[in-house]
Design a protein around this ligand. Structure first.
Ligand code: GLA
Length: 413
């Protein structure tokens, strides 16, 4: 749990912004709730010196990456102490992804052990290794990532290792290579994120503590987006960042739908927005302790990631003038004891009722037929009744394009 700079500032990330965001994570209370990682994505590296050592961009990061790591590690979260963690980024290919301004930054290919040492020495607690300019051959990709794993392990530093290869075929090998692996392309808006959800449907079996499917970053809305076109305090011009097309949620509800889904999918929770600027509604979304609890707790013995128990693939098309979507889902996750959570999500073009019967939703989760459950609406923070045989549970008029409802079920003794 934490922050990642990519969808916030793209390669325009700077030391000043990282310090501001770190303070905002603490001041908003997000850090105390668990959002402790401050991960810098592409944009901090500029070159390799003649000896092969990495050279950071001292214009954007004047103190250097090691000093910034020390600064982050030294911040105090009230009541918790110095718990903030530091994340860095590189690429397994021969170059980095090459966003417009920094197209010359080097990749790590052939330098895995030395770069791992440099990054661990800089204080990294998390490393994302991207796949740009790298082979798409599966065996070669796995072998590349194996070199980074070995390089990081050789440093002796505990570093959460995040693979970024954009495909579901990483899932079956992910646990032996790292701690999380991207399963789809960049989740730049609710349409792309809907796709990431669809990609995760078949991957439940691969997730377990220390090894997670990664459907990409948490997005904000409106002023929390740092495109200068929509935010005068923003940090980049979308025209200069090729990937920045339609780069945000189109409604605040979508951030809440995403957070609910990421909780039930046990996904990494990395906010990629300036938390000092996002709308209060979005901040409340990410601070919801009951939803965070669903994300961070598991049924003993698994499965550790939720499953789609009703519905088919979601789609959403966000264009300049047209906005249409389709699909609605129910996802369920088993929680400690005999608790479980359900998330209802809709991308339909009209408000939609979703009816769960025992067959449709509860049987797939192995819900005990004879039990009676207390039902809690975790967004309203209210107990809303009980559920018992014959297990009929309907959510009415779920809003369009990211409408969401989320419940926790606890057996009554
Ligand atoms: C790729 C990754 C993104 C981000 C960018 C940086 O597109 O998938 O998450 O790291 O590169 O350029």
């Amino acid at each position: 749990m934490g922050y990642s700079s990519w969808n916030d500032c793209a390669s325009e990330v700077t030391e000043v912004r990282i310090k501001r965001v770190t303070k905002a994570l603490i001041d908003t209370g997000l850090a105390a709730k668990g959002f402790v990682h401050v991960n810098i994505d592409e944009g901090w590296l500029s070159a390799r010196d003649p000896s092969g050592a990495l050279v950071e961009d001292l214009v954007k990061f004047p103190s250097g990456m090691k000093a910034l790591g020390e600064w982050i590690h030294n911040q105090t979260v009230p009541g918790k102490g110095k718990i903030m963690k530091y994340g860095l980024y590189t690429c397994r290919g021969t170059c980095q992804c090459g966003t417009a301004k920094y197209s010359n930054a080097p990749g790590g290919h052939g330098h895995e052990a030395a770069d791992s040492k440099w990054l661990a020495d800089a204080g990294a607690d998390y490393l994302k290794v991207d796949s740009c300019c790298g082979s798409q051959d599966h065996a070669t990709a796995f072998s590349d990532y194996g070199k980074w794993r070995d390089g990081l392990n050789a440093t002796g530093r505990a570093v959460a290792f995040s693979l970024c290869g954009w495909h579901t075929w990483y899932a079956a090998e992910g646990a032996r290579l790292g701690n999380s692996w991207r399963i789809a392309g960049d989740g730049t808006n609710w349409g792309a994120l809907s796709n990431c959800i669809n990609s995760n449907v078949a991957l439940q079996q691969y997730a377990h503590p220390g090894a997670w499917n990664d459907p990409d970053l948490l997005l904000g809305t409106g002023v929390g987006s740092n495109d200068l076109a929509t935010n005068p305090n923003g940090c980049f011009k979308a025209s200069e960042i090729p990937q920045a097309d339609a780069w945000y949620m189109t409604s605040e509800l979508q951030s809440r739908a995403q957070f609910s889904m990421w909780a039930v999918m046990s996904a990494p929770l990395l906010i990629s927005a300036d938390v000092s600027q996002v709308a209060p509604y979005t901040l409340e979304t990410w601070r919801n302790t009951e939803v965070i609890a669903v994300s961070q707790s598991f049924r003993a013995g698994g499965p550790y990631q939720g499953a789609r128990v009703f519905g088919s693939d979601l789609s959403f098309h966000a264009g300049a003038n047209a906005t249409t979507g389709s699909g609605h889902n129910v996802w369920g996750k088993l929680l400690p004891g005999a608790d479980f959570a359900l998330v209802f999500v809709s991308n339909e073009d009209a408000p939609t009722d979703i009816a769960c019967t025992y067959k449709a939703c509860f049987e797939a989760l192995g819900v005990e037929r004879n039990a009676t459950y207390a039902v809690r609406d975790v967004w309203a923070h209210k107990d809303v009744g009980t559920l018992a045989a014959p297990f009929s549970f309907t959510v009415k008029q779920l809003p369009i394009h990211g409408g969401v409802a989320m419940y926790r079920f606890t057996p009554k003794s």
